[in-house]
Write a protein that binds this ligand. Structure first.
Ligand code: XMP
Length: 511
């Protein structure tokens, strides 16, 4: 990890990895570490800048995480940017005042007025829209600091030589309209040079995995879980050339796949040049375990258990010493496995303890970046533009009512119908992910002059780059009518709901 220019200290904000991703989009590699590890890292490395992330904590909480022990708060060794909690922590430690003036957490869009003369706000509009999400706020600045942006209070601060900076809002979130410009200004100010590009990263991943699996002249096989999605297909394409026959790709037909998914999975895996490819048909085992379950986390736990059992079986059968998966940063954050981030939902392949060593070469990357790697590897468009689909699949799309084979079949059919309509209207490019779910809300309707009592289906389409935040997609009236009409033709479906709630507060999937 030598030569990394930026350290991001992770205080558990949902957006920490988005900071990393945005800096990489700006061409700069970075490392994200929780405070304790950051302290160790700082002893052996010389970054040009350190960013302190946001957090759910208040600086006054007893257990609130502090600055890394070896951190130089004077800014002499590196430039410092505190974001939200990061700014509060800097102000608090340097003798400023942090207060809880708000009855509720300030949350959502806000407008700030910036000091355009400050290099952090070069070329930024004087009145700019930002995204805020905080309870505490800095009410008086540390000695020799100046306010460089204001909203209702102090929105940003700087010390005299512009080396220690803080912003109360989140420049990394796309809703901060000029956030990327602000981060670019910080990179310029701290003299960071471009050092991130996909081809280098591919070589780096190949080298890292090669070194691990060949340690001590190890000749064991490596199992790679594949789903036909962009992440695992790209990983297969990256690892194939360096691991050769030792790489065995395993896909599971969980019984929760969408229509035609298995065929697409085979085509995509073939496009990645994978020869050793096994499909395990396990629908019966999954439904036997998950059937009748309602609770989302319980379903996920049962899914994980069967998933792991099947993979452990394959590891044994193929005498493998490793299991690799295309787990992304998003999966790790939301499973509560990144720094101190909160558990939102347990992703099916995160945090499992395996009998062999598990490898997650994409664990610091976002979907957006994997698509770039896939493009650089010349994988087909059907791979790099493919919308994500979660490992637990349609099991997650039966909400508030027990899972059953029949319910899964109903969701599979409705998903296909809605997807066909979306393709017909050529709007699939505007949608990052489509979710069609069966809701446990039965209601009365009238069909053929007769009373019916039947199912409700929810349609949710979102737009996002990284799935950390998302906006609901609004279908046109014509599309809404066609979807509603097509779905209610099914004798059991009475109502169709459209869900445009953004993430946050909702998540992409219903559970
Ligand atoms: P949420 O619902 O957390 O979803 O906003 C973000 C992205 O992650 C996908 N997702 C999963 N993918 N295993 C996966 O492979 C899982 O357990 C899982 N849960 C959510 C979700 O479909 C969306 O793309």
């Amino acid at each position: 990890m030598n030569g990394i220019q930026i350290l991001i200290v992770d205080y558990g904000s949902q957006y920490t990895l988005v900071i990393g991703r945005t800096l990489r989009e700006l061409g700069v590699r970075n490392i994200i570490l929780p405070p304790k590890k950051a302290s160790e890292w700082l002893k052996n490395n010389k970054p040009k800048a350190v960013i302190l992330s946001g957090s759910n904590w208040s600086v006054y909480d007893n257990e609130a995480p502090g600055l890394p022990e070896s951190f130089d708060i004077t800014g002499k060794k590196y430039f410092i940017l505190g974001i939200c909690y990061g700014m509060q922590l800097l102000a608090y430690k340097l003798g400023g005042t942090v207060k809880k003036p708000l009855a509720h957490r300030e949350y959502g869009p806000a407008e700030v007025i910036v000091n355009k003369k400050h290099p952090l706000f070069r070329s930024v509009k004087e009145k700019t829209k930002v995204w805020a999400s905080h309870g505490d706020t800095v009410t008086s600045l540390p000695k020799s600091f100046i306010s460089i942006a204001k909203s209702e209070g102090i929105a940003a601060m700087s010390n005299k030589n512009n080396r220690v900076l803080g912003v109360q809002f989140h420049p990394e979130v796309v809703d901060t309209k000029e956030g990327k410009k602000i981060l670019q200004n910080f990179l310029t100010l701290s003299n960071c040079k471009k050092d991130w590009d996909p081809i280098n990263l591919i070589h780096q991943i190949q080298k890292e995995v090669f070194d691990i699996v060949n340690e001590k002249q190890n000749k064991q096989n490596i199992i790679l879980g594949v789903s036909g999605g962009v992440d695992s297909t790209t990983l297969a394409r990256i690892l194939g050339p360096v691991l050769g026959k030792r790489l065995i790709c395993v896909a599971i037909d969980t019984g929760g796949l969408r229509k035609n998914e298995l065929a697409e999975l085979k085509t995509n895996t073939k496009s990645a040049g994978i020869k050793n490819f096994v499909v395990i048909s396990a629908g019966r085992e999954f439904i036997k375990n998950i059937g009748r379950t309602i609770d989302g986390e319980e379903k996920r736990a049962k899914f994980r258990a069967v998933y792991q059992r099947i993979f452990e079986g394959q590891i044994k059968k193929h005498k493998a010493g490793f299991i690799a998966q295309g787990t992304l940063a998003t999966d790790i954050i939301e499973s509560g496995k990144a720094g101190k981030s909160a558990m939102i939902k347990t992703h099916h392949n995160v945090g499992l303890s395996w009998k062999v060593k598990d490898l997650h070469p994409f664990k610091n990357l976002f979907k957006y970046e994997i698509r770039e790697l896939a493009r650089a590897l010349k994988l087909p468009k059907s791979v790099y533009e493919r919308n994500p689909f979660p490992g637990p699949g349609l099991y997650l799309r039966i909400v508030g009512t027990p899972v059953s084979k029949e319910n899964i079949e109903l969701v599979r059919e409705t998903d296909k119908t809605v997807n066909d309509i979306i393709k017909k209207y050529k709007i699939e490019k505007n949608i990052s992910q489509l979710i069609v779910a069966l809701l446990g809300v039965n209601s009365v309707g009238v069909k053929g002059d007769e009373r019916v009592y039947g199912y409700s289906i929810a349609i949710r389409a979102v737009q996002t780059a990284d799935f950390m935040t998302a906006k609901g997609f609004y279908f046109s009236e014509e599309v809404v009518n066609e979807i509603t009409s097509a779905l209610t033709k099914h004798k059991g479906i009475v109502r169709v709901f459209f869900d445009m709630t953004p993430k946050p507060p909702a998540t992409t999937e219903f559970e």
